[in-house]
Design a protein around this ligand. Sequence first.
Ligand code: PEP
Ligand code: MG
Length: 758
Amino acid sequence: MLTILRRIVLEFSQASVLDQALMRLVTQVKETLATQCCSIYLADHQQQHFLLMASNGLAPDTVGLTSIGFTEGLVGLVGQREEPINIANAHQHPDFMYAPEVEEEKFQAFLGTPIIHQRKVLGVLTVQQTQARVFSEHEEAFLVTLSAQLAMALASREAQGAILGRGQQNIGQQHKGIGGAPGIAIGEMVVIQPKADLSAIAVNQTDDITLQLQIFHDAVVRTLAEFCQLSEKLKSVISDSSLDIFDVYKQLLDNDSFKVEVIAKIKQGFNAQSALKLVVDGYVIQFEALDDEYLRERAYDIKDLGNRLLNHIQNQTEPEQDLPAKFILVAEDVSATLLAEYQHSGLLGVVSVNGSNNSHAAILAKALNIPAIMGIDYLAIRQLNQKRAIIDGYAYQLYVSPGAALVTEYQHILATELELQTQVKQAAHLPAVTLDGHAMNLMVNSGLSAGLEYSQNVGADGVGLYRTEIPFMNRNCFPSENAQTALYHTVLSSFAGKPVTMRTLDVGGDKSLPYFPIIETNPFLGWRGIRITLDHPEIFLVQIRAMLRANYQLDNLAIMLPMISSISEVDEAIKLINQAHYELRSELLNDQADCLARPKIGVMIEVPSVMFQLPELADKVDFFSVGSNDLTQYLLAVDRNNSRVASLYDFYHPAVLRALNYIAEHSSQLKMPLSICGELANEPTGALLLMAMGYQNLSMSAHSIAKVKWAIRHVEMQQLESMLAAVLRQTDVLNVHRYLHQQFVKLGLEDFVHGKWE
Ligand code: PEP
Ligand code: MG
């Protein structure tokens, strides 16, 4: 049975014409269950009815015409109850609706199962039989399983616009991604296909090895030149570390083993493009097989590199693409290079089927201030070309062919955003003080996303979180102590006189190093952050030495330890920090040694266990900084990178807010300086609640500083305290949102919650 089921679903997913696919499906089900009728109805949420899309058993001329209201008949009942209905005699059921045109009088037994995707009823699958009997448990289980699997395939077709295309627009289809870049974009989508496609190359042999070697060599030279040109192009728009992304490509190309492998294949007799395909495929298979998300994304980089090399091998001259003046770029894999290529003033936003927040394209989009959505994994893009869309890069939400009301709403949000951006920027250099004189330190998060971080112009009081992972990721071996020292020195000296909190290497989970793969079933619960660096003191000590050396005579460094879950980890980390400090001092002359300060050390509060060890931690460290991204993930048991559960991941869940308040109350009793550096601080609602809780430093992306400052400058502490008290009484996350929305309207800050913007 399982094999049949798999075959039916596979055939359905692969068929290109929906009507035929549905017809084949009902026929196969009818045969498998040996019934006399099988039909499929699909939901039309605009019209509030189910449309008969295919049937083997009902009158054929009613297919595509007969509809049943959402609250009508047995089909409607299946949809409403969202559960199977299995009855021996349908005619006797109170909900039975007589529709003479379908000619179903002869059928008595009825079994219907709903087809549900992400809580939305997409349709109903039914089987009917003349004999009055209840369908067996076995038959019911088959239909339920089939419907569950069909849901995924149907959701994908719905995305292509194939389902409701019968004379109506696919108004307001909505798709949620797992990452991206903030901002709103409204415009026409342009679907970009790769210029050259290695996967379409048939492997061929040749006799002329010398010529093929020359072709490959020329392609490498031209591809390298192309990367330089693309990164040069962006230099005029951004001036920060996100451009390092292009180094990854250059390194891959410079990487001898990659080139040597291709050359070896050519020498074995393969032509240049076949040799390239064989080598790239080999790398891609290795990377794609890895559980680790960061490494999997390097497979996209390699594919992208392969396609670009192929394009130069084929030496095709592409016709200039006619792009609309303003457009949203859509592609299966939006790579950093593709983004760079299409970056110009008309690029409104980006949608990529693959990728996540860690994608190089997402990092670059943030730096370029282009709204983006990554990782809508069931989105079929072929039919999206030239369709209108809205990108909500705050909620990672894409609306295809949105209705007029939604467009108007988002146009309003966009206009308000632009207006407010101008308005709040004027206050960017004023202190973050409430109307009644309560001050707040606003710091920047730096390292992962780039942009304004290195600039002093955002009105930040320092760096609350410097993520050291990216410089480790963008290379093919661990950076040396000298390389790290130079990099950290740049960061510390750009904020000279202001505190900079550097976090020790936090890889594992969704972040991994290409040269240090970690393959685990549950990476977020596995070898992550401090767990790795304590197991590898040689890596930890080099990083600490580099930080201490970079801090020499600047003295604005604080060191922060990620993923702490036990006191012993803090003891061990401090021991290593002391060791590095002692060793460095002994390498210096006496008076220099005196200048080598031992920085403040803090821990991240992001694993729930440490919430209940705060007094013990307070005895050992100088500050706490809450990582609300992970704290939310671990408290709610929701993977922060899983699109299926994305709607459950919410910082405003009452348990998360109560946990944050608990930490603030206990830190205050312990007189421990308390910061927060997770995404929650980016939102004015979150920032104001945290301020009321007693957090002293809010660390956020550079783009958020001005708006958070603006919000703080327009409220009184007392208002915030009563808002917090009411929020902490809420038991449901939706009520928290509703309440905060109401309060922001009352405070005259409604635009900050309406369009969650940066
Ligand atoms: C966090 O977990 O809130 C945090 C700031 O760290 P990261 O997002 O890098 O895990
Ligand atoms: Mg974290």
